[in-house]
Design a protein around this ligand. Structure first.
Ligand code: TRP
Length: 445
């Protein structure tokens, strides 16, 4: 079967970076850092990204490209007649959960575009209240999150290559420039150094098992790792493309984005006297406040939220694609039908998640509402677990020669012997143990 491919290496890079860079960097990272003690969280996060997640990303890439199929079938191809494909099934579940709450936040970005278009961010307005009103309102929340899901589905039907890739090429660099501008403005506010201190001078006494797990979960989340996303995209990647280079570039750009987003937000948080522990609303409270004080802020706000929406979209399509690729291949249906089917299932969850911020906020399981459950179970359990099983698969089930063949793209990419051995060692021993220890100790501590 012709599964379709990416047009070029640069297309692959953009699609993968598009998947990685999203609300995770600009919305989730700042608020997690805010409520987990700032600098200590940042340091742990960066260590996880570079030392642990890079080899895990290689592994997921290898499974995807070598298996050349959807996230479940890839395991069946590489390890016939075994139970490994359950990792793939777990990936499907994780994609659905992430997509469900992601669409709600994606809806907030649309809501804020709408507000920006009406120039609602006036100086001195109560932005905290504005945020709370928007997310708890049933009509607003449902309308915008469903709209976000529909756009995601629409793009997936139209095909990724010609639509979103072209847009992402223009809009992602633009987003980068705007966030740097906002960061500069934020740094020149009174008391900005307090925010920098919070981000860069660590207080290690604040570290708990939960902080470490939150940092690990965020590293997976931000890199789209551990739920078949990288794998599905990798299955469309040319056999000659350089896995090591692609993964490293995605990783560096993603991390840079997150840190700059932090610099854009934290100094302003301290300058405006907001608590960094404000939670998920942080981005949506602080940035409108900054925009309201900038010359031409009204227009910058429109651009910014529009680009935030695009960044979210290039990520949400990568989640839906995991499910769609599976349905197309396993149920033998056309793309359009597969999108309708998976979209309908996602819709039910999106509605529940969206209402869980308002009318259903009292419906809690173990003290968490639906939104928090989807967010926390996926990032703190399913993604790390998925990633751990993937490295175990590559380290213990595949042969070392297969690992080397795939990571060097069949000998096309020259890699140093020590690099190969070192990476293999991390994949085989270090990564599974570290992930397991972090997860288990955070449950016990
Ligand atoms: N990485 C994206 C972000 O930071 C979100 C995302 C896309 C994701 N695909 C994923 C998260 C797969 C977890 C798993 O916004």
């Amino acid at each position: 079967m012709n599964r379709g491919n990416f047009g070029s290496s640069i297309g692959v890079l953009l699609a993968m970076a598009g998947s990685a860079i999203g609300l995770g960097n600009l919305w989730r990272f700042p608020h997690l850092m805010g409520s987990n003690g700032g600098a200590a969280f940042l340091i742990i996060y960066v260590c996880f990204v570079f030392l642990l997640c890079l080899p895990i990303m290689f592994s997921e890439f290898i499974i995807g490209r070598r298996g050349a199929a959807n996230t479940v079938r890839a395991y069946k191809v590489l390890a016939p007649k075994s139970q490994w494909h359950w990792i793939g099934i777990m990936s499907l579940l994780a994609s659905l959960l992430v997509l469900a709450f992601y669409s709600v936040v994606g809806g907030w970005t649309l809501n804020y575009i709408w507000k920006a278009l009406r120039f609602s961010f006036t100086e001195g307005a109560n932005f905290t209240e504005m945020y709370h009103l928007s997310v708890t309102s049933t009509a607003d929340s449902l309308f915008f999150s469903i709209f976000f899901l529909l756009v995601t589905a629409g793009v997936i039907i139209a095909g990724v290559k010609n639509g979103i890739e072209k847009w992402a090429k223009i809009l992602m660099p633009a987003l980068f420039i705007i966030i740097i501008m906002v960061a500069i403005r934020s740094l020149t506010l009174p008391n900005a150094t307090e925010g920098l201190k919070f981000m860069f001078s660590p207080d290690f006494s604040k570290i708990t098992g939960d902080t470490v797990l939150a940092a690990l979960g965020q590293a997976f989340f931000s890199l789209s790792l551990g739920m078949g996303c990288v794998q599905t995209y990798a299955s469309y990647v040319d056999k000659k493309d350089n896995i090591v280079k692609l993964s490293s570039m995605v990783l560096v750009s993603d991390t840079l984005f997150a840190i700059i987003a932090g610099i854009a937000i934290m100094p302003a948080v301290f300058s405006f006297g907001v608590s960094p522990e404000e939670g998920p609303g942080l981005l949506f409270v602080i940035l409108p406040d900054i925009f309201s004080q900038l010359p031409f802020g009204g227009f910058i706000a429109i651009f910014f939220f529009f680009m935030l929406f695009v960044a979210a979209l290039t990520s949400s399509i990568s989640m839906l694609e995991v499910l769609v690729a599976y349905v197309i291949e396993e149920m033998n249906v056309k793309r359009v039908k597969a999108v309708f089917l998976t979209g309908a299932i996602a819709l039910v969850l999106v509605v529940l998640n969206s209402l869980s911020q308002g009318v259903l906020s009292d419906f809690k399981i173990l003290g968490y509402n639906m939104f928090d459950i989807c967010d926390k179970t996926s990032a703190n359990i399913l993604l790390p677990l998925g990633g751990m099983l993937m490295v175990i698969f590559v380290g213990w089930r595949l042969k070392k020669s297969d690992f080397i063949d795939e990571i060097t793209s069949g000998g096309n990419v020259k890699l140093k012997e020590w690099f190969l051995n070192f990476t293999y060692f991390i994949i085989k021993f270090v990564a599974p143990i570290v992930v397991a220890v972090v997860m288990i100790s955070s449950w016990l501590l």
